[in-house]
Design a protein around this ligand. Sequence first.
Ligand code: ADP
Ligand code: MG
Length: 484
Amino acid sequence: MTACRLEPCIKLPLSEEKLRESVDKAKDWTLMHGISKRSMKNYSKDQVQLLPFTLIPSSFPQKPFLIVKNVQVLLNQLIHKVAYDKEFLTNSLKSTIQTDSFTAKLFRIYETVYEEGFSQNISLGLLRSDYLLHDDCKIKQVEINTIAASFAALATITSQYHKYILGELGYTKEANERIPENNAIIGFCEGLVRAWELYNNTEAIILFIVEDVTYNISDQRFHEFQIRQLCPKIKIIRRSLTSLTLEEVKLGPNKELIVANMIVAVVYYRSGYELEAYPTEKEWDIRLLIERSRAIKCPSVQYHLAGTKKVQQSLAQSSVLKKFLKDETSVARVQEIFTGLYTLDFNEDGEKAIEMGISKPNKFVLKPQREGGGNNIYNENIKTWLSSMRDSQERTAWILMDRIYPPLQKNYLIRAVEDPSLEDNFDLLEVITELGVYGVIIGDSNNIIVNKQVGHILRTKASSEDEGGIVAGVGALDSPYLIS
Ligand code: ADP
Ligand code: MG
């Protein structure tokens, strides 16, 4: 069922000797430049370990790469308009919030601040739209992330690493020509700094909302370091929703968000998209308090909702894009990157989708309203799930999506050695790659102030894996090597 193959950018396999030498250099370069995380097995604040990465950049056709790089500003605009359209969000999520309690809680917060009137009209979006190649040269969107879109920093470093290693292997010229410029970290941090400036209080700080224990520490810290370089005035603090108490977080007389006696200009969520971030009602109360405040949120709750799979599915209906994108060319350009997405609501379309999924499970992916990987259902399991849910309200919390079968290629995946009996941990594998494009958007209900495409990432996994989290150790950081 898989489409065709892509050739690797250099001849593989490498000789045993060349491979050993390259892997040694590669591990030292990447570790010393921050392609790392905290160990899950042996957590220590004194140590980081390698994140998985590919030895060489993976081949990626130039045409679809440019198509999605260029469409990013339209997607930014689309998400922004959707987020500021109460009627559309409400209609899209109406059935989902009856069964999905997480989305329902977010929606409740949204309705509350909407009814009270927003204290802050501006939203900051740091987005990442993810894609798989399909049938060789077409490219299709997997999803768009509006909260905690990760790896802008490590993607930038990975592009630099791949230039280095191709140079080591004797391909400096090709590396310079074929590995596109990537400054995602600067783009994201300029977005955060711009939002901080718009808040217009030089004493105010940026608050990162993080997990209780952060494994993906390097990517997050590089954002802090970059902001310090771009604007030395800005102080950054990190807190988890669980660690914040209602005594520590307050609203000031003009709805300023005050944390540890400092006014917060921008709240940047690197957590909060997952159930685990809200173990008790208190964390939801804190989220509501933050939304009520004058701080600029990345994302605001309406941006968070605009990034749900259910909204993605609503947008894929052909008539809908016309409402948000004025000219036909823009509609066609966005339509081109969408694949089939189907509602499972109790209506004619929903019944049709249930039938399709049960009769041809290999052609689809079944998705709940969750983020962070590992939640989707594939293959024969789709049959089982759809059959058991078909008469239950539960099904409206899910969507069905056409399965994309990307081309295979070969690459070496390198990982930290966690098993002491192993000397090294790398394999030449059949892999598939997922491209992410980063976008920055700042605006309010009337104006868009900033709208940019700022960089990209490739995430690569063995073709045998359905899903591949990088921090979980399945996927690997990669960068595209453009081929014609
Ligand atoms: P999450 O929000 O959990 O990241 P995604 O929609 O990105 O959810 O799905 C997770 C992974 O599942 C993707 O990175 C991709 O590898 C795979 N996947 C998702 N949708 C599809 C699809 N339509 N076809 C093939 N693989 C998919
Ligand atoms: Mg994803």
